[in-house]
Design a binder for this molecule. Structure first.
Ligand SMILES: NC(=O)c1ccc[n+]([C@@H]2O[C@H](COP(=O)([O-])OP(=O)(O)OC[C@H]3O[C@@H](n4cnc5c(N)ncnc54)[C@H](OP(=O)(O)O)[C@@H]3O)[C@@H](O)[C@H]2O)c1
Length: 291
């Protein structure tokens, strides 16, 4: 039976390269995307290039809990299990925005949404199969020191760094929690990659950043390799709670692997999850208030 992989944000950039690599390896690939026309084009390209017709597009907007729930419902109408979840989608925006559920938008898309998606899908990973969750973090987590009380107040680069640090910390927490369910959870730092996320559409900024970053840039195909490796390699099967860079586990420094913050973050996310449980019939939840 085919193995089933969900890749969020797979209509472009590293997500698209990842979806193609998984299609080449004969996985059934679920492209969970916000922009359906672009995703449909990408899906056609992936099917043609891989010869794998089991590539499917589903709508997912990670900034909306209602959309995440709708995605899971639609997915479960067609599939009864999942083997790989790659939480790849991500944004950085200059504006400070609060989502319909009351979260800062970058945090919502990059870490809170992926956490909710993960928790809604956990029951559909089957015990005894090769089950893996991969979370996209970044080297930029080192700028992401944060306090839970202010988690909704950061913006732009700081919010992005916080979201990537939170993705790393929550991966470590979930790795412990999901061990007994036979699911591995690892985080990935793909490097500095030439994708649309690096473009702000403010020409001066883009001009400067592209000059500064040019020597560091790698192309999306190369950037995607570590995530693909962690998702599919036999060498990594059963390895959990690691942070990968260039297809190798790297240590998370003691300064960043902060146990107290990990626990606090998990509690915050569990509070959000609980309000989701209470309102399972409703599509809306509200961001927990902090003093
Ligand atoms: N590029 C880098 O140097 C770098 C470095 C470290 C980590 N990363 C991480 O790598 C991941 C992939 O990014 P990328 O570099 O490949 O950038 P990208 O090409 O811009 O891809 C980001 C993907 O996320 C999707 N997305 C954005 N908002 C979404 C939402 N609300 N719901 C669902 N999907 C949404 C985008 O869809 P649309 O474009 O259709 O809106 C796109 O498919 C991100 O998590 C990013 O933070 C990137």
């Amino acid at each position: 039976m085919d193995r089933i992989a969900i890749v969020t944000g797979s209509d472009r950039g590293m997500g698209k390269e990842t979806a193609l690599a998984l299609a080449n390896k004969h996985y059934s690939v679920i492209m969970a995307c916000i922009d359906i026309p672009t995703a449909n084009c990408a899906c056609d390209e992936i099917k043609a290039a891989s010869g794998n017709s089991n590539v499917f597009v589903y709508k997912l907007d990670l900034s909306s809990i209602a959309s995440i729930k709708q995605f899971v419902q639609s997915f479960l109408q067609d599939f009864d299990r999942v083997n790989i979840l790659i939480n790849n989608a991500g944004i950085i925006t200059m504006d400070y925005e609060i989502t319909e559920d009351g979260f800062e938008r970058i945090m919502a898309v990059n870490t809170i949404g992926p956490y909710i998606l993960t928790k809604l899908l956990v029951p559909y990973f089957r015990l005894g199969e090769d089950n893996r969750i991969i979370n996209m973090s970044s080297w930029i987590h080192t700028f992401g020191k944060f306090s839970i009380a202010k988690i909704n107040k950061y913006h732009y680069v700081k919010a992005y760094s916080v979201s990537k640090y939170a993705q790393l910390l929550i991966s470590l927490e979930l790795a412990d929690e999901l061990k007994e369910k036979g699911i591995t959870v690892n985080a990935v730092n793909p490097g500095t990659v030439r994708t649309r996320i690096m473009i702000t559409n403010i020409w001066l900024y883009d001009f400067i950043i592209n000059i500064l970053m040019a020597p560091l840039y790698i192309e999306p195909k190369e950037g995607a390799q570590t995530g693909i490796y962690v998702a599919t390699s036999d060498e990594v099967k059963d390895k959990t709670g690691n942070f990968y860079r260039k297809c190798k586990p790297v240590a998370v420094s003691k300064r960043f692997n902060n146990r107290a913050l990990r626990t606090e973050l998990l509690q915050y996310y569990e509070t959000i999850e609980k309000s989701l449980e209470i309102n399972r019939s409703s599509s809306r939840i509200t961001a927990p208030a902090f003093p």
